[in-house]
Design a protein around this ligand. Structure first.
Ligand code: ARG
Length: 472
């Protein structure tokens, strides 16, 4: 008996597909990684078939035993995958049936269409949990780097021009906030992933009295009240890939966040900024220029965001215009999905490790942060506090800046007479405005880069990311 006739092509076909067709249409080379979930689903399905009397107790036991054996062999890398058997589902079922005659009953009331939807949902559920854990590891790396250099002030930039001073930690915490939303999006997506499609069959369910609730419970597709979560329309269930698109969209947003972080890191590590130093283990050299130390981890993270964005677009395009219900096109979903998960997780891990091995050049940061122009807005606020309307204050400070430029002097080196030549409202206390440390304490509103507020935020995130620190 040829392998390909074991399950899918029995009866109707006079022979196997042409060799090229088999090579063109196989998916086992990439969907084999679903094996654990395929077996999990089959065990639950077999238990249900036993419950409704399709399988005897002995048959169900033999199937479970056979599946466990196969599971161990796959885990040990001893299982032989056959491309002619197309996909992970057929490979496992064919091997089971070869060993256990009752295996031929396992596919009762089931189709690969609901099976593949089930397997991917089970796989993605775990993937989401693990990704969320990796996101919080990166958040911790950011918080710890910020905490290690809690006193360091750098220029904040808009238009890549120096704008206002911020604590280095405040800049890093911006990414911690982004990543928190990323976790939230993944958890939200989980609500749509965590629904059991099994029992939908190929398109139209089954005439057998399948116990869908039983299967859903066995596979922990449960709501907060422990009620089973079932897809409610068989046609939708076998052709729905929205949950994958959502994951890939959430993944694309993460990738974009990581790319922005990577860009900041690349700028900071460059000799023009020189704010940070990435440890040797996380940089690479040049094959030609002996002096180079390049921030490749960050550059690759920035670069890889392109494919993660591409994966989302691929999935959307794949679904667009696809008639109901399952079409083989849908097999193209998995490589894109897997690639998004793998790429995003690798970037999260590598960026976290790189940041844990990064030090801050405090002298360069201090030199940049000393630029008095960063406090031009504070100077306007100074006039506002004396009662001047902000628009007038903005204009006056603009004139002072122009005067400093004309005199070739830093803003804080102008004399009181210089200031007063622009506006009489400037007083002797104007010098105080340029005390950077003091200036940072004046920022007190929630979310501002003030001395107290940034420390409060660091402490809040530390607690949030590590709610149960080990007892000392
Ligand atoms: N390998 C297929 C996929 O990944 C499994 C479902 C096949 N169903 C079918 N009717 N050919 O989508």
């Amino acid at each position: 008996m040829k392998k390909s006739s074991v399950v899918s092509r029995s009866g109707r076909f006079s022979g196997g597909p042409a060799a090229e067709v088999s090579a063109f249409s196989e998916s086992v080379s990439f969907d084999w990684r679903l094996w654990k979930f395929d077996i999990m689903g089959s065990v639950a399905h077999a238990r249900m078939l036993e419950k409704i009397g399709v399988l005897t107790k002995t048959e169900a036991k033999a199937i479970r035993h056979g599946l466990r054996q196969i599971e161990q062999e796959i885990a040990a890398g001893k299982f032989k995958w056959h491309a002619e058997l197309e996909d992970v589902h057929m490979n496992i079922e064919a091997e089971l049936t070869r060993r256990v005659s009752a295996g031929a009953k396992l596919h009762t009331g089931r189709s690969r269409n609901d099976q593949v939807a089930l397997d991917v949902r089970l796989w993605l559920r775990q993937e989401i949990f693990e990704t969320v854990v990796e996101i919080s590891a990166l958040q911790s790396a950011l918080v710890e780097l910020g905490a290690r250099y809690a006193d360091v002030i750098i220029p904040g930039y808009t238009h890549l021009q120096r704008a206002q001073p911020v604590f280095f930690a405040h800049h890093l915490l911006a990414y911690v906030e982004m990543l928190a939303r990323d976790s939230g999006r993944l958890v939200d997506c989980l609500h749509r992933v965590n629904v059991c499609p099994l029992g939908s069959g190929a398109i139209a369910g089954s005439t057998l009295p399948l116990d869908r609730e039983f299967v859903a419970e066995a596979l922990a597709f449960l709501d907060f009240k422990n009620k089973p979560l079932l897809t409610q329309n068989s046609m939708d269930a076998v052709s729905d890939r929205d949950f994958m698109i959502e994951f890939c969209a959430a993944g694309a947003i993460i990738a974009v966040h990581l790319s922005r972080l990577a860009e900041d890191v690349i700028l900071w590590a460059g000799s023009e900024f020189n704010f940070i130093k990435i440890a040797d283990a996380y940089t690479t050299g040049s094959s030609l220029m002996p002096q180079k130390k390049n921030p490749d981890v960050a550059e690759l993270t920035r670069g890889k965001s392109a494919r993660v964005i591409g994966n989302l677009v691929s999935l959307l395009t794949l679904l667009k215009g696809l008639p109901m219900t399952y079409n083989r096109d849908l097999q193209e979903d998995k490589e894109r999905l897997f690639d998004t998960a793998d790429t995003v997780r690798a970037c999260l891990r590598l960026m976290a490790a790189m940041l844990a091995n990064t030090s801050v050049n405090t002298a360069a940061c201090a030199a940049a942060a000393r630029d008095p122009l960063l406090l031009a807005t504070d100077l306007a606020d100074y006039l506002v506090k004396k009662g001047m309307p902000f628009r007038r204050a903005h204009h006056a400070v603009g004139a002072v800046v122009a005067l400093a430029e004309k005199n070739g002097r830093p803003l804080d080196q102008l004399t009181l007479a210089d200031f007063q030549s622009v506006d009489q409202m400037f007083g002797a206390d104007v010098k105080e405005v340029f005390n950077l440390e003091k200036a940072m304490t004046r920022r007190t509103t929630v979310g501002s880069p003030g001395t107290k507020e940034v420390r409060r935020q660091l402490a809040r995130w530390r607690k949030e990311l590590n709610p149960y620190p080990p007892a000392r």
